[in-house]
Design a protein around this ligand. Structure first.
Ligand SMILES: [Zn+2]
Length: 582
């Protein structure tokens, strides 16, 4: 059987194809151009005729004719396939296998549902008015594909049937239910709909907020899609597919709760934001963010439940060696309310976010104008010391103990002794996760999400720069000491580059491709310094190690294995210590 994708690639030359979109300038045996996917003044977009591929070293996007077309024209893989097949004169036969269909139908159903909800919103001005009254702008509503589920039993089901999606597949996709009489019904009725996309940007589920006029005590204010093979709640952060680049560039992430907070804050100009939605914060959420940023700004509601949730987030984030700050919204219930009342001012709030320890001073009672009795003071100091003990950096730890001494009037020495006497135990880390994903769910969702371009993690990005730089300076052997910190694939590519002779290579295609990419990069002068990159690489390596450990900790917690958890927590702490020696 012939492979239409390969056939198309053989017939369409990437240089000719991209030339119809971009102005290509010669660069040695390659071509360069201004990247259409990010703003730039000097070209970092390279096209390689040898490898029939393109890559932007500015934003990290890259791929072949398919990925270019998908990204440029915002097409799904199968749409791009159709366009290119026509261009290349390749006939498409049935290309979907059964297993793939079973899986893809979940994506198709969710995508079709998003379309339906959007169309319904367009037809219901009152709901649009409601969203605008809550402060959302038209552009934001469109950008994040908000919609409306009318109060009907079979509105969506009929629409999906019209798209050849069977009711049983709608149930599997979490969009419909079935009652005891065997009748199917829409899961979401009379609700504003927020599509939830996975980290590559495909809709995998929804949150539906009931319209005020339909509110009833027996109906949940929010209804979420259930877990499905493509919707793994403990991993997915709302909006992350859209903001991960901003988070990486800012090296900081603002974490909020729920879609409305996310949208209002994003609309207000704070783009490096992500939100939990429909589930409590998990270590997986945080360690995903950790791979993109060093700093975390936690925002939470000012009620008691909000404080408790915030405290959990801080402790977990500090265990992952995030530098944590806390932003609270004065005089408002939540960030969304605050932005609605004071548009244009959230960024200022984020900039003035307090250090997590300052938050703890207040939490335990050290507030201005709050006179404490000796007993209260002791209790408050113990609370703060319990948190300070978990700080990985000794310098930072001493800084806060000094501060505590100032505020409490107790000597540093006494505080240190008190800290020693606190009952031992690792910082509390809870997963808040109730249900397990179906096995292989993540792998499956990645496979089925098509060849969408992947955003590199910081570690990969740094590895790529470092190798490109070393190659252009002819100093590859000097990178030996950095080798253990390279991501596995880059390590192999490094060896491949040191070995030379690409024609005789027996490395895997992925490694060869990466080595080729690094050679392509070496053609760009980026004005970088290798010792600094090496330092950063080691840091990212340790961060990834923390990521792995935190996943294992979550696992041990779920299994109720306290011994293993404590051991892992110790390992985590030693990684954090090593981090501070860099
Ligand atoms: Zn770019």
């Amino acid at each position: 059987m012939t492979d239409p994708v390969r056939e198309i690639k053989e017939r369409i030359n990437v240089v000719d194809f991209l030339r119809s979109y971009l102005q290509l300038l010669p660069a040695g045996r390659n071509f360069k151009a201004l990247c259409p996917f990010h703003k730039e003044k000097t070209p970092s977009f390279m096209v390689s005729p040898d490898r029939q591929s393109w890559h932007c070293f500015g934003c990290g996007e890259g791929g072949d004719v398919f990925t270019f077309l998908m990204k440029y024209e915002n097409l799904e893989f199968y749409e791009a396939l159709r366009v290119l097949a026509e261009k290349a004169g390749v006939e498409l036969r049935s290309i979907a296998r059964t297993g793939e269909r079973e899986f893809n139908v979940l994506f198709d159903a969710n995508a079709a549902a998003a379309e339906y909800f959007k169309a319904m919103l367009g037809k219901t001005p009152a709901v649009l008015e409601y969203l605008k009254k809550r402060g959302l702008k038209q552009e934001t509503i469109e950008e994040f594909g908000l919609g409306f589920a009318p109060d009907q039993h079979e509105g969506l089901l009929l629409w999906l049937r019209g798209k050849s999606i069977r009711p049983e597949d709608s149930v599997r996709a979490g969009l419909a239910g079935r009652n005891e009489r065997g009748l199917y019904f829409d899961r979401f009725r009379g609700r504003v709909m927020f599509p939830i996309a996975n980290h590559t940007g495909r809709v995998v589920g929804f949150t539906g907020r009931i319209l005020p006029e339909y509110e009833r005590p027996d109906l949940g204010k929010y209804v979420n899609s259930p877990e499905t093979p493509i919707f793994v709640k403990s991993r997915i952060l709302y909006g992350f597919y859209r903001t991960k680049g901003d988070i990486r560039n800012a090296n900081a992430a603002l974490l909020v709760e729920g879609q409305m907070d996310f949208l209002m804050v994003w609309q207000d100009g704070v783009k490096n934001v992500a939100a939990t939605s429909g589930t409590a914060l998990t270590p997986e959420h945080l360690s995903t963010l950790r791979r993109f940023a060093d700093r975390l700004i936690v925002s939470f509601d000012t009620d008691e439940a909000g404080w408790a949730a915030g405290e959990r987030a801080i402790d977990l984030a500090q265990a992952l060696d995030f530098s944590v700050r806390v932003v609270t919204v004065p005089g408002a219930k939540d960030p969304a309310d605050y932005v609605a009342a004071h548009p244009g001012s959230f960024e200022g709030l984020v900039l003035s976010a307090r250090h997590a320890m300052e938050f703890y001073f207040e939490r335990y009672g050290f507030k201005e104008g709050n006179a404490l009795s000796l007993e209260e003071k002791k209790k408050a100091a113990r609370g703060v010391l319990g948190k300070a003990r978990n700080i990985a950096s000794p310098i930072e730890k001493m800084h806060w103990i000094k501060k505590l001494a100032e505020i409490s009037g107790v000597s540093e020495q006494a505080l240190l002794e008190e800290m020693e006497r606190l009952p031992a135990g690792p910082p509390a880390v809870q997963t808040g996760r109730q249900d397990l994903p179906e096995s292989g769910a993540e792998r499956g969702s990645q496979e089925a999400s098509g060849p969408a371009p992947q955003t590199l993690t910081r570690r990969e990005l740094i590895a790529e720069r470092l190798l490109g730089l070393a190659l252009s300076e002819n100093s590859l052997p000097a990178l030996k000491e950095a080798e253990p910190y390279l991501p596995p694939l880059y390590r192999e590519a490094y060896r491949e580059l040191v070995r030379g002779r690409p024609d005789e290579s027996n490395a895997s295609p992925r490694v060869q491709e990466l080595a080729g990419l690094i050679q392509l990069r070496a053609g760009l002068e980026m004005g970088e310094h290798s010792t600094e990159l090496m330092r950063q690489l080691k840091k990212e390596y340790l961060k990834d190690r923390q990521h792995e450990l935190s996943l294992k900790i979550a696992e041990a917690e779920r299994a109720g294995n306290d011994g293993r958890r404590d051991q892992l927590m110790q390992e985590l702490a030693s990684v954090a210590k090593e981090m501070h020696t860099i």
